[in-house]
Design a binder for this molecule. Structure first.
Ligand SMILES: O=C(O)c1ccccc1NCC(=O)[C@H](O)[C@H](O)COP(=O)(O)O
Length: 264
């Protein structure tokens, strides 16, 4: 089993358990069902921002432990003060060391789009994402059929949430597009063998229809790379490890954005 298969197998069990512990009726009592989400798409298109989606990620299958010590309050507020456009909060515990409470905390301290970064395979998880204050969810084409993508994206839309659809190749892109998707993420990291190839974002850019905001994900460590990808039409740049490997991720984010502003 590759890592994605392992994550999905674990997620199926986790979702079944959570459904019985926290039924949908209970989740729907959350105050976030009454509030208007913040649009990720709009924030990525804002001319005063540089499109960084700054990620809070303690560990990952490819890198192991990255940073178990920093607090989500200080890091998330610092990311936004640094000039990030949005937050990506990992909520998967088993493989990424995250938790729903991280997103709940980030939500309390920030008014900005928050992407719930998890492995969504069931509509229950979208209702859960809404209940903890997320504005957008991630759908990964590699673990979902085109029908699942369409129906999960429609559920997100019915809850007024936005969808970032992640693809890794042309086939995934062509079979997965649906109008309920808002942003199209090209993951430069092959999630089966963890190799990173930034050129993948450049290769796929011309075949991403203009209706979708283009996001380049993973393996970005240089401001020059972002400036280069921007010339291919990318408006969003999902970055985790480059910031999180520092004792003060928000300071690394601020320094990165300062460098970027000189280039674009
Ligand atoms: O990062 C991993 O090891 C990984 C393994 C399996 C599935 C997903 C994985 N990562 C999720 C991501 O897509 C990244 O956290 C995100 O794009 C940020 O990447 P980076 O800037 O390289 O931390």
């Amino acid at each position: 089993m590759n890592i994605l298969d392992q994550i999905v197998a674990h997620k199926q069990k986790e979702v079944a358990e959570r459904k019985s512990l926290y039924p949908v009726k209970l989740l729907e009592k959350s105050i976030y069902f009454e509030s208007q989400p913040v649009s990720l798409k709009k924030y990525l298109l804002r001319p005063d921002k540089v499109g960084i989606i700054a990620e809070f990620k303690r560990k990952s299958p490819s890198k192991g432990m990255i940073n178990p010590y920093v607090a989500v309050e200080r890091t998330s507020v610092g990311y936004m003060q640094a000039g990030a456009s949005a937050l990506s909060i990992l909520t998967d515990t088993a493989f990424f060391g995250g938790k729903n409470e991280d997103l709940i905390t980030a939500r309390k301290f920030n008014f900005c789009p928050i992407l719930r970064k998890d492995f969504t395979i069931d509509e229950y998880q979208i209702i859960e994402a809404k209940s903890i204050g997320a504005d957008a969810i991630l759908l990964i084409a590699a673990i979902l059929s085109p029908e699942q993508i369409r129906s999960l994206a429609a559920v997100a839309k019915s809850l007024k949430m936005e969808v970032l659809l992640e693809v890794h190749d042309q086939q995934e892109l062509e079979r997965s597009l649906t109008p309920d998707v808002d942003a199209l993420g090209v993951n430069n990291r092959n999630l089966k063998d963890f190799t990173v190839d930034i050129n993948l974002s450049k290769t796929l850019a011309p075949i991403i229809p203009d209706d979708f905001v283009k996001v380049s994900e993973s393996g970005i460590s240089e401001a020059e790379t972002v400036a280069d990808l921007a010339t291919y039409g990318y408006k969003g740049f999902l970055m985790g490890e480059t910031f999180m490997k520092n004792s003060r991720p928000e300071k690394a984010c601020a320094a990165f954005i300062d460098r970027l502003r000189v280039l674009i």
